[in-house]
Ligand binder design. Sequence first.
Ligand SMILES: [Cu+2]
Length: 314
Amino acid sequence: MSIILTGIIVTILSLIVIAFVFIKRKKIKDMIGMMAAMALGMLVGLTGGLLAGILYSGNLFISTVLGMGIGFLAGFLTGLPINVMAIIDGVLSGIMGGMMGAMLGEMISPEYQNRMIQIMLVIFVGMICIVLYMLQQETGFNRSSIINKIFHNPLIIAFVFLLFFYTYNHLFNELNQDYIASQKNSHMSHSLINKKLSVSRLNSSAKMKKLVIEATDFSYYPKEFKLTVGQPVNLILKNSGEIEHDIEFENMKASFLQQPQQGNHSKDQIVHIHSLPGKTSEMRFIPNESGVFRFFCTVPGHKESGMIGIVKVS
Ligand SMILES: [Cu+2]
C-alpha cells in the first residue's frame, strides 16, 4: 500500500517540477536547467528504482530496467525544454539513480522496506522543495506566488513539512493497521503462544498445517504465504524442475518435529530442505517467532534468478 501512496506523491511532485520548467523555460538559465534535470532524474530514478526493487523482489533485471526507465523519463522531460546538455545530464542521472534504487530495493530485508520507503520519500520531498525554490528564485521574485510566500517564511516551511509528514504517517498507519494490529497481538500473547506450543506437542498431528511449495527452474509457487506462531507445519518441497533445488527460510527460528516421536524437537533451528529434480521432500516444524522472513534457494545463482519469496509469521 505504501508503494502506491509513495508512487502517487512522487508522480505529482515530479509533474509539478516538469510543468514549472516547461512554462518558465525562457527565463531559466542553462546551468539551472541542468541542475533541475539532474536532480529530478536522480531523485525519481532512486525512488522509482527502490519501489520497483521491492515490488519485483527476486527479479533484479525487471526492477533495474523499470528504475532506469522511470529515471530516464524524468530526466529527459525536465531537460527537454532547456537544451541537449540538460537532457544528457538528466537522463544519465536518472539511469544511475534507477540502478542504485533497484539494487537497494532488491537487497533490503522485508522488515525494513516500509521504513526505507519513508526515508526515501523524506529525501525526495525535501530535495524537490529546494529545486522548486531554486527555479522560483531563477525566474524572478513574484509576491503572489505561493511557492515564494512559503519559502520566504521559515515558519510556514516548517509547518508545511510537519503537516506533510503527519498526514503521510497517518495515512500510512491507517493502511497498515491490520498488519500492525496483528503484530501487536502476537507480542502481547507470548504466554498464549507458549501454551499453544505445549498443546501442539501433545496434539500436533490434529492441527498440522500442510504447506506445499513447488520449485520449478527458477521460481517458487506460491511465492508468498502466511504461517502462525506455534502451529506445526508439514512443509513439502516438490521439485518440478530439471535441476536440484532447495529452500531456506532466512533468520526464521523454528523447532523441528521429528518422526516418529513428534514431541521430541530441537529449538531455534533454521528451516532448510532440499529436493532432487522430480522428487519431493518433506519436513515438519513449528515457527517460534513472528515476523516477515525471506525464503530462497541456496544453490548459487538461483536466488538471483527468481527463486525467492516471503513468508509472514503471525
Ligand atoms: Cu534452486
